[in-house]
Write a protein that binds this ligand. Structure first.
Ligand code: F6P
Length: 512
């Protein structure tokens, strides 16, 4: 039974605690007063160590947050997801991306389908890897059909087949596709058309243009040079693609890199490594399912997110991966969290009187230090920062990695400690919160665990807020209006348009 956070007994107690102890909380004093703070606020989880101790939270607040989660029924909601119940209530769908990484050995029903789909995708990936004539793989997809695979292929670059280049085309902006096509030869290219629905405007427009280009280049064998990754296999066949790899409506777009949408990843790193990616995620699933709330990393993070958003009132969170291969992680996490929890009504459609998803943003360190860290240290807003560091580098260049890690630690330290200076400009207030994630090395397994950790963390905060984290109705209106405006380029009509849109359209397309 789901109970919305603001109707619990823990909610007003958290408010009281925040007024008494949270608003004036000082990290420096907290460490002095509690020598066990680092241990109390660190958490081991599969493949990941997390230090939460530099956050603006005390043990009492965290205990109240666990009570909140229990009152909200977070555990029952989690169990309902893992039992395959239709917890995506506004779309009437189950939420089973976790099943894609559950191993499927002895399963039945959907687990059998998952295993078959995985086997056929991995076999195809193996064929492509062995085909030396294919030098370029172009993934055409957007949102979850782009961000996950693109992020993971970049993150796992050291595991990548050096004989192939990977390109990701998502935008309907033809500059992107044209730029990629410029460097390609039809006979050496494999296009993967990735779309859960196989109706998305950007993807279908790019896929049609790619096929036209392929034919204009003399390409004949569409069956060999195009494959589709979709739940809508029929539409892919109508498009003329015979190599199709299906998945199911119970895999949300932003949770789909574990499905056949992961084909570019499998081509890049091979079957064994792709299985390791799934294994790492599965280990985090097991942690999330079995650990008590108090030692459950996704739960602790999701509740911290609630604490920051609804009590401290922080509006954004900065993602700072201190590993250049994780450069697309912030964009991936943006979709994961903001499309999942950027909602203003609860699962029953009732307006919420409290805030939900923060804004996520970020860039790899140390680059961010020379751009926006100024604001993090001395700006007027407090922005919790999440450092993601990797202990073992995947290169042999001396000095670099120590400097990289020293910088990550120093930034977290500087944010917390600050530096008093009566002069004003050189004053660092400190007491600025951060979380520090440490991975032993960046491998398929640790990446899988990191991503599943974030999926579940988003689940926890969405669950406390009582929202449906698995729909995305907010993307629909713009799609409909874009279609309406696009047809005005030929109808030349401004009827019914607001003055601003009409004025802009007249300037963009003077015949109107
Ligand atoms: O418009 C948003 C969205 O539906 C995302 O949720 C999804 O990941 C993306 O579009 C792409 O959708 P599809 O995979 O169906 O092309």
């Amino acid at each position: 039974m789901r109970v919305r956070c603001d109707t619990t007994t823990a909610w007003p107690r958290l408010h009281r605690h925040f007024e008494q102890r949270g608003r004036g909380f000082d990290l420096r004093q907290a460490f002095t007063a509690d020598r066990a703070r680092f241990d109390a606020f660190s958490q081991e989880a599969p493949e990941i160590f997390a230090d939460l101790s530099k956050n603006l939270i005390d043990r009492e607040a965290e205990a109240l947050l666990f009570e909140l989660a229990r009152e909200c029924g977070v555990e029952a909601h989690r169990d309902a997801m893992f039992a395959g119940e239709r917890i995506n209530s506004t779309e009437g769908r189950a939420v089973k991306h976790w099943l894609l990484r559950a191993g499927g050995e002895a399963g039945e029903g959907d687990a059998v389908l998952v295993r078959q789909a995985l086997e056929s995708m991995l076999a195809y990936a193996g064929q492509v890897r062995a085909d030396a004539a294919i030098t370029d793989v172009v993934n055409i997809g957007i949102g979850g059909s782009d961000l996950g695979p693109q992020m993971a292929v970049a993150a796992l670059e050291t595991f990548r087949d050096p004989g192939k280049r990977f390109h990701f085309v998502s935008n309907v902006d033809g500059h992107e596709l044209a730029g990629v096509l410029r460097g390609l030869k039809a006979g050496n290219t494999l296009f993967l058309v990735a779309s859960k629905t196989f109706t998305t405007l950007e993807t279908m427009t790019n896929a049609r243009s790619a096929r036209r280009w392929f034919e204009e280049q003399g390409g004949r064998d569409v069956a060999r040079h195009f494959a589709a990754l979709t739940t809508n296999v029929e539409a892919a066949r109508d498009f003329g693609i015979t190599s199709t790899f299906g998945f199911w409506d119970w895999v949300g777009g932003r949770y789909s890199l574990w499905s056949t949408i992961g084909l570019p990843i499998a081509i890049a790193i091979g079957a064994a490594q792709f299985q390791d990616l799934l294994r790492g995620a599965n280990a985090m699933d097991a942690h999330f399912r079995s650990q008590p709330l108090e030692s459950n990393l996704p739960v602790r993070l999701g509740l911290l997110d609630v604490w920051y958003r609804n009590f401290h009132g922080f509006t954004s969170r900065c993602i700072a991966p201190y590993h250049s291969a994780l450069k697309r992680l912030p964009a991936y996490l943006q979709q994961l969290e903001m499309e999942s929890n950027g909602k203003r009504v609860d699962a029953q459609g009732q307006p919420l009187p409290f805030a939900t998803s923060p804004v996520l943003w970020g860039e790899p360190g140390t680059n961010g230090q020379h751009a926006y860290f100024q604001m993090l240290h001395q700006g007027t807003d407090t922005v919790p920062v999440e450092f993601i560091a990797v202990r073992q580098p995947a290169h042999a260049l001396p000095v670099h990695h120590e400097l990289l890690l020293a910088n990550a630690l120093a930034q977290a330290q500087a944010l917390m400690q600050g530096k008093p200076d009566p002069g004003g400009h050189r004053h660092f207030p400190g007491n600025r919160p951060s979380t520090f994630f440490l991975l032993e090395s960046l491998t398929p397994a640790s990446l899988g665990a990191l991503l599943a950790l974030h999926e579940h963390r988003v689940f926890v905060s969405g669950s406390v807020w009582g929202i449906d984290s698995f729909d995305q109705w907010g993307v629909e209106l713009g799609k409909v209006l874009a279609q309406d405006i696009a047809q005005r380029f030929t109808s030349l009509s401004l009827n019914g348009l607001d003055d601003s849109t009409a004025g802009l359209l007249r300037r963009i397309h003077p015949p109107i």
